[in-house]
Ligand binder design. Structure first.
Ligand SMILES: C[S@@+](CC[C@H](N)C(=O)[O-])C[C@H]1O[C@@H](n2cnc3c(N)ncnc32)[C@H](O)[C@@H]1O
Length: 324
């Protein structure tokens, strides 16, 4: 934190699917969910809201997280009924004996990882219908652009050319000067095998008989189901008011624009604070110098007692006293 201005804490991203709980839960009820797997739990915000919703109904809930943070461990200790699998999504699915009837996928947001997860689910389903599938990040920034938590988990030949520690903004398919920050992202948006929505669409084409609803808020909530499933009409009716809802689309575009602006402003303020700290350090050193005292005396003599600066004035400014 700078000595001048508290560094702005860029507003919450709204990264958790918990933000769409009131839309998600009726959909789970329309499906008649009895067992649920969440892939990618992070701090367990969605996990905990799922537990609060599902445990009283007897829903069996498991969550997968390769790197469980402390907050997730606390959720586990508050909810002994929760199964935490410390693995990747594909690793966890491999260890499953039979599929849950609902899977929420919110792990590593790239084409390769999501395709592997979807193909593994299809393989495990065999001749049976797929579970109800839910996804996060089917809208900007991930819809047509990969990001990677751990690029080494994706073979280089299957990865997009990478940008490291980059920022991105809507309307710019490359990387931008300021915007939403990512450790690892595809250097360019678009094109084949790039992004979450692209992976879902390609899977739908391979498999057939599937329908996708896109709820365009909080980076996009996707619901995918078999149209031949007995619950298909109920899920469709539950999600229909939100599916590609234009008012939500406008609100999300506005939210994202403000989020990007906030991150850019935060970057500008960080840079300005650094410059102020540099000036202060320089002035502090000058104040220690006897040469500055001599300069002040010369200025006082030349300006008939009204020097251009005084050391007192510099000291006051460094202490934050206002200008007289
Ligand atoms: C966006 S967060 C999940 C947020 C959570 N679902 C929620 O809505 O509150 C994504 C998480 O996925 C985890 N993750 C990364 N790669 C993964 C993978 N291959 N399989 C499963 N989880 C992964 C990350 O460590 C991160 O904690």
């Amino acid at each position: 934190m700078s000595s001048q201005t508290a560094e702005p804490n860029p507003i919450q991203w709204g990264y958790s699917l918990e933000n769409v709980a009131e839309i998600m839960q009726p959909c789970l009820e329309a499906r008649g969910t009895t067992s649920l797997l969440e892939i990618g739990s992070f701090a367990g915000e969605l996990t905990e809201s799922l537990l609060e919703w599902g445990t009283p109904k007897g829903v069996d809930i498991a969550t997968v997280e390769p790197l469980p943070p402390e907050d997730l461990r606390k959720v586990v200790s508050r909810h002994p009924e929760l199964t935490l699998i410390e693995d990747t999504g594909v690793g966890a699915l491999d260890s499953f004996d039979g599929l849950p009837d609902t899977v929420i996928i919110d792990g590593d947001h790239n084409y390769f990882t999501l395709t592997q997860e979807l193909d593994k689910i299809a393989e495990l389903a065999g001749e049976n219908q797929l579970p109800l599938l839910m996804f996060h990040d089917v809208c900007w920034p991930h819809e047509r652009r990969d990001t990677y938590y751990a690029p080494d988990r994706v073979p280089e030949s299957e990865r997009q050319p990478l940008a490291e520690k980059c920022t991105i903004e809507p309307g710019n398919p490359g990387v931008s000067d300021g915007g939403l920050p990512f450790d690892w992202a595809a250097a360019r948006e678009g094109g084949p095998k790039n992004g979450v929505l692209t992976a879902i669409e390609d899977f739908m084409e391979r498999r057939g008989g599937l329908r996708l609803a896109v709820v365009p808020v909080f980076f996009g909530f996707g619901v995918l189901w078999e149209t031949a499933a007995p619950y298909s009409d109920a899920v469709a009716a539950s999600i229909a008011p939100y599916d590609r809802n234009p008012v939500m689309q406008r609100a999300e575009a506005n939210r994202v624009a403000l989020l990007v602006r906030t991150h850019k402003d935060a970057k500008t303020i960080r840079e300005q604070n650094q410059r102020i700290a540099d000036y202060e350090e320089l002035l502090g050193r000058m104040l220690q110098s006897s040469a500055l005292g001599l300069a002040e005396r010369i200025s006082r003599a030349r300006q008939r007692g009204n020097p251009i600066f005084t050391r007192q004035e510099i000291g006051d400014r460094l202490e934050g006293k206002p200008r007289q």
